[in-house]
Design a protein around this ligand. Sequence first.
Ligand code: AMP
Length: 431
Amino acid sequence: MSQLVHRPRGTKDLAGDEARQWEKLEAACYAVFTRFGYEPIRTPVMEPYALFSRSVGEVTDIVQKEMYRFTDRSGDEIALRPEGTAGVVRAYLQNNLSQERPVRKLYYCGPMFRAERPQAGRLRQFHQIGAEVFGSASPYTDAETMAVLAEVLRAAGITRFRFEINNLGSAEDRAGFGKVLQEFFKGKESSLCEVCQTRLGKNVFRVLDCKNPGCRELVATAPLVSDHVSDASKADFAKVQTLLTDLKLDWSHNPHIVRGLDYYTHTVFEVKHSGLGAQDALGAGGRYDGLVQSLGGPSTPAVGFAVGVERLFLAAAAEAAEALQAGHAPAEAPRSGVTVAALGDDALRGAFTLTQELRLSGIVCQMDVDGRSLKAQMRQADRSRSRYAVILGSAELAKGAASVKDLSASDASQAEVPLAELKSFFQKNLS
Ligand code: AMP
């Protein structure tokens, strides 16, 4: 036998129930976005490398260590997208999306790629559902963005989440705060890791989210960005807080959130779940008022978020496990659709046409075409949780009627239904 080929480390296959659950979740999330007035957008998974070095930031872990980057056959520097925002901004500009309406609300879902060390909740190909709003600087838009995120989580079956928010101020505030930080770290360089010592000169903000224990200890005593922002930014941040309270969202101010990407300004947030262990972030986002301009567009305020789809499933599973422990058994999957079981060659041909007719009239219908025994076909009908089984043998064909078994009835009662009436029978009885 030839050797099996395995998928790359840190990637996942989705099949069967799991793949179905993904489809359901995506559809539920899209419905939420539509309710909130967002439109879909799809962008390529590969983009020019420069898009990410210019937006996410040259001195970030994502760009320096985690990006899949290659030179293609024509010599272009390409990267697999590590996040969704930069590509959406590029598409917004390249397709003049601001022309039709001053405020554009967009959502996306798709794979992202980061060459991280795989562990629970951390993959190399993972998926994000995200949203971006262009053209509104209002704190109402920040609050609405968090509100739609909360609904996306609820659509995924998650209830126990909380927001942590912070204020990073404007680009000017950040530049001023950068100087305050430089001053703070002066004379303390030896307490920082080697990477952070180089970050001091290039991008001092990235020292704030270094994972090294020594750096973290020092950072815990560093000045806080939200204390060094303009009065206008403070007022907007206070407004966001009021609105979140009005919307009854569970939030707290965490002055240590800085986000690992360079483009954020003003309000930033993370949404966390206690059932996720060390990787407790379901998603994150915030305002990025300078990014559109820095990628060659006009000055455009913007705000957005992304949640990790795999983490949504982990959090929903954690909540379901807790409910089970508390004695709430999960509901059995409801029965639906029809299995047509054929006995013998002649019946198989008739069953094949019947199945096609039922499918074309919108009924979910399956059949075995490999001539298995009636017992095996009924077992399959049960496994796939069909609501009805139609049994068709030569006797039934001759009579022009089929035996129909209701698999949800405790006595599995059987009725004879004329073939010509099967379609309307199922249309009436299957909701
Ligand atoms: P970020 O773009 O880093 O703010 O990530 C936003 C969300 O995407 C996180 O909160 C996670 O839910 C998810 N995420 C980020 N990186 C990974 C990864 N390597 N594997 C799985 N999920 C991830």
